[in-house]
Design a protein around this ligand. Structure first.
Ligand code: KIV
Ligand code: ZN
Length: 510
């Protein structure tokens, strides 16, 4: 194995919990954020941007709890160049000790200066410097982002960068906030900063690219080639508008093309990629498209005869990465059967990286036995789906205990549902336009939460005719809040009902 130089290390700054969570419909509760943060630590990201502490008490609490609980990565909190933001971020990341980071940002482009901030260049520099100094008085690790950097005049960008490094910024993050730049131009921007900022060697350069033109990964790779040593990214590329640079694509791009990128490396444990992707998809409810690079259902599927023939002769004819490298073992091994005991189940899920105890473990085991009754082969993917559903067994949540639907082309679809909440069983029945509608109407009657289903999408997650179906629903609540929920089952109506309940539970938990 070739030796890895520390100077060639590309830091992975994960912002799934901050920029990713800004994606419409993707908001997560405290429990969900904790699960993602713990999994990000297993994935071995270098920095977790856990949230924007001043944004809401919920955000503050999540950053603080993550800083308190999650060991390993640095924990960052975002702040505008405003004292109360910086103080809130410092307080929230304090439990992480010297792993705590404050990330301050201020827009620098002409368009933002003129129309959003109404500030002249000198004032921008003065504000940025004062805020970085303020942050440095509270923590040792301070990152500064000139928002909309890619549309900022290069000489002014260099001036701001130099000033904030002098003020104590240890990381300079160059955002392509609106996904406007293209690879050659962004590479030149990083080179310009390396050549024209006197003290640039005193800070690490990160880049933060949005995907409006579908170039976030390409722009980030080009920036790394020109000297950036940190990439800000999210799992599955989720984020504002068209999303952020995707973590799995940047990591596997560098790993797969290490021949081209000459020794650049990340500390990511790539075998955790697939599991993390699924967890984020499950908890945010944001569906991963089938043809998504690295983690999409078709990413390692070979359909055409010529490709299949080539694969059988020599895998590398049509496969540039091993599915095992991202922890994908779908269909390859039969893991457990319905006669497996609780002990074997617990051991196996620990190998998959899930530590469940008490009620969630019991519920997951019951779900596993139920599934084993319905489905002949149970694969790791089936188990991951069950486990992810049971990670959020939260007190006060509604749990689906019984569902019966009678339907047909000559009957009015009618559902009977029993839900459990805090140990109490609540039952009701209702009709609907179809079996799913009937089930959801019944849930609405029991929970008394008025909600409108705006989207219902179905995907199979394992293969075979007894495959589990994964249903993703998007629900709009009375206060216009939009939440997305996901659940899986061998039965589509049951998966739909569970996904809908998932949204209701998250809505009520908020
Ligand atoms: O896109 C952006 O500019 C950001 C900053 C806060 C870094 O998210
Ligand atoms: Zn962003």
């Amino acid at each position: 194995m070739t030796e890895k130089n520390e100077s060639d290390r590309v830091l992975i700054f994960d912002t799934t919990l901050r920029d990713g969570e800004q994606c419409p419909g993707a908001s997560m509760g405290l429990g969900e954020k904790m699960q993602v943060a713990k999994q990000l630590a297993r994935l071995n990201v270098d920095i977790i941007e856990a949230g924007f502490p001043i944004a809401s008490p919920g955000d503050f609490e999540a950053v603080q709890k993550i800083a308190e609980t999650v060991k390993g990565p640095r924990i960052a909190g975002l702040a505008r160049c405003v004292d109360k933001d910086i103080e809130a971020a410092a307080a929230a990341v304090a439990p992480a000790g010297d792993r705590g980071r404050i990330h301050v940002f201020l827009a620098t482009s002409a368009i933002h200066r003129e129309f959003k901030l109404r500030k002249a260049k000198e004032e921008i520099i003065k504000t940025a410097v004062a805020s970085v100094k303020k942050a440095r008085s509270l923590v040792a690790d301070v990152q500064f982002s000139p928002e909309d950097a890619s549309r900022t005049e290069l000489d002014f960008l260099a001036e701001v960068t130099e000033a904030v490094i002098d003020a104590g910024a240890t990381t300079i993050n160059i955002p392509d906030t609106v996904g406007y730049t293209v690879p050659a131009e962004f590479g030149r921007c990083i080179s310009y900063l390396k050549e024209n900022v006197r003290n640039i060697d005193q800070a690490v350069i990160h880049v933060h690219c949005h995907n409006d033109l579908g170039l976030a990964v390409a722009n980030s790779l080009e920036a790394i080639r020109h000297g950036a040593r940190g990439v800000e990214c999210t799992l599955n590329g989720i984020g504002e508008r068209a999303g952020n640079c995707s973590l799995e694509e940047i990591v596997m791009g560098l790993k797969t093309r290490s021949d081209f990128y000459g020794g650049l490396w990340t500390g990511i444990n790539s075998k955790e990629i697939y599991r993390t992707s699924r967890l984020v998809s499950q908890l945010t409810g944001l569906h991963v498209q089938r043809n998504k690079a690295i983690v999409g259902a078709n990413a390692f599927a070979h359909e055409s005869g010529i490709h299949q023939d080539g694969m059988l002769k020599e895998r590398s004819t049509y496969e540039i990465m091993n599915p095992e490298d991202i922890g994908l073992t779908t269909g390859s091994e039969l893991v457990l059967g319905k006669h497996s005991g609780r002990h074997a189940f617990r051991e196996h899920i620990q190998e998959l990286g899930f530590k469940l105890e008490g009620d969630p473990l019991e519920q997951a085991f019951e779900d596993f036995i139920d599934l084993a009754d319905k489905k002949k082969h149970i694969y790791d993917d089936d188990l991951v789906a069950i486990l992810q559903q049971n990670l959020d067994v939260i007190t006060g949540a509604y749990m689906l205990k019984y569902l019966h639907v009678s339907t047909g082309n000559t009957t009015v679809p009618t559902a009977t549902v029993k839900l459990e909440k805090d140990g109490e069983i609540l039952a009701d029945a209702a009709c609907g336009d179809g079996p799913v509608d009937a089930a959801l109407n019944t849930i609405e009657r029991i929970t008394q939460v008025n909600a409108t289903l705006t989207d219902f999408a179905l995907q199979s997650i394992t293969s075979g005719k007894d495959a589990q179906a994964e249903v993703t629903v998007t629900v709009r609540f009375e206060d216009k809040q939009l939440l997305t929920g996901k659940a899986s089952s061998t039965d589509i109506v049951e998966a739909g009902a569970k996904a809908y309940l998932n949204c209701i539970n998250r809505y009520l938990a908020k």
